[in-house]
Structure formats: structure tokens, C-alpha cells
Design a protein around this ligand. Structure first.
Ligand code: 3PG
Length: 217
């Protein structure tokens, strides 16, 4: 995919479910990605929380080109640049810093989905021209009720809530008009990854996608 043509709206509506992946072993990356894709998932968030993360992004961008690969847990412009260089199509950050904002203004290497959890953070990010946000940590920061409250004053903002969401609660978020997709680690349980139980992961993805979504990004 040509990232210069990718918008966050396109990326998020390709969800509506984004697995948040913490991959320790590079050899698990491709089978895990293929298992998720077989279940209908199209966007994969590879968090920069392991030493293997950039190698995983590089490998997935090359070996699984049908996936849209997001680099997650991007907290600095340097990480953003490195992830883009490795082949990430977009970056996801748990928050938004002055340095990330400045990098955004001076030529972003990929689209950025920044995290917000309060009205002031949202207003700061909207001031920078952004319209799509990660709502993080979703459950802990007010969950469905908070997103409903945001919808009044910030009707144009669209969210991908992540943090504390489970298979059982995902549908409540997806039903909201300002939610484009949901993300979380429940889609790739460590026990299934370690056991190489790719069928379980495919089924989990399929079951989660059947929850649907309003796709109003
Ligand atoms: C994260 O960045 O950690 C995500 O929000 C995933 O959170 P979860 O593990 O609670 O799904």
C-alpha cells in the first residue's frame, strides 16, 4: 500500500476490529498475522514494546502485504520514523506530545492515530487538524459513557477505543456513532500464540467481526 494515499478514515474503516499485538518472537509474526487475516481482520497493530517489534513490522510489510500494519505504542518522533522506515503504514500513540505534534506539522512519515482521554487533549489534537483518535485507556477513562459525552461537543471526532475492551464489551463500543473501530489484545491471547493455536485466533477474529459496527468514520 502507498502510505501517502492512506488516510486514518480508510485505515479505521478497514477494521472495525484492530488486534493490539505484543510480539516477542519474530517467527510467530507471520502465522499470527495470517490467522487474524483468515478471520477477517485487516489492520494489525504491532506495539513497539518488544525488541522484536521493528523486525516484525518489516517482516509483515514484506510477507503479508495484504495486511495494513500499524506501529503501536509510538511515543516519540524517532520511533514513528523508525516504524515508517520498517514499513508500518500508520502509527498509533497512547497520547500526544508537543514533539509528536511538531513532527506531524513538519511532514509526518505516516498517518498518526494519537491517543486522547480528556476533552482538553481532544481539543488540542483537533486544533492540529486531526479528526480520528485512539480513546485510551478506553474502559478506565470512562468507557462508553465518556464517548457518548464526547459526541455532544465534538460530533465530528471519530474514535478507536482501546484499553480494557473485551470480546464481551466490544459491541457496546462499536454501536456508538462516533466509534469507527475498536482495538485490543483479546484477539491474540498469549496462550494461543505460544501454543501455535492459530485456529483459535482465526475463530476469535471471526466471532469478534460478527459483532459488527456502525462504520461511520
Ligand atoms: C494497548 O495499547 O495496550 C491497548 O489499548 C490494548 O489494551 P488491552 O490489552 O487492555 O486490550
Amino acid at each position: 500500500m502507498n502510505t501517502s494515499e492512506l488516510t486514518l478514515e480508510m485505515a479505521l474503516t478497514r477494521g472495525p476490529v484492530i488486534p493490539v499485538l505484543v510480539i516477542d518472537r519474530v517467527d510467530e509474526a507471520v502465522p499470527l498475522a495470517r490467522a487474524l487475516l483468515a478471520g477477517g481482520v485487516q489492520v494489525l497493530e504491532v506495539t513497539l514494546r518488544t525488541p522484536a517489534a521493528l523486525d516484525v513490522i518489516r517482516l509483515l510489510a514484506h510477507e503479508v502485504p495484504e495486511a495494513l500494519v500499524a506501529a503501536g505504542t509510538v511515543t516519540t518522533p524517532e520511533q514513528w520514523e523508525a516504524a515508517a522506515h520498517a514499513g508500518a503504514h500508520l502509527a498509533v500513540s497512547p497520547g500526544l506530545t508537543p514533539r509528536l505534534l511538531s513532527a506531524l506539522r513538519s511532514g509526518a512519515p505516516t498517518p498518526l492515530l494519537p491517543g486522547v482521554a480528556t476533552a482538553s487533549e481532544l481539543m488540542t489534537a483537533m486544533d492540529a487538524g486531526l479528526s480520528h483518535f485512539k480513546f485510551f485507556p478506553a474502559q478506565q477513562a470512562g468507557g462508553v459513557g465518556m464517548l457518548k459525552a464526547f459526541h455532544g461537543p465534538f460530533a465530528d471526532a471519530r474514535f478507536c477505543p482501546t484499553g480494557g475492551i473485551t470480546f464481551d464489551t466490544a459491541a457496546n463500543f462499536l454501536a456508538l456513532p462516533n466509534v469507527a473501530c475498536v482495538g485490543g489484545s483479546w484477539l491474540a491471547p498469549v496462550s494461543a500464540v505460544r501454543a501455535g493455536d492459530w485456529e483459535r485466533i482465526t475463530q476469535l477474529a471471526r466471532d469478534t467481526l460478527s459483532l459488527g459496527g456502525t462504520l461511520t468514520a
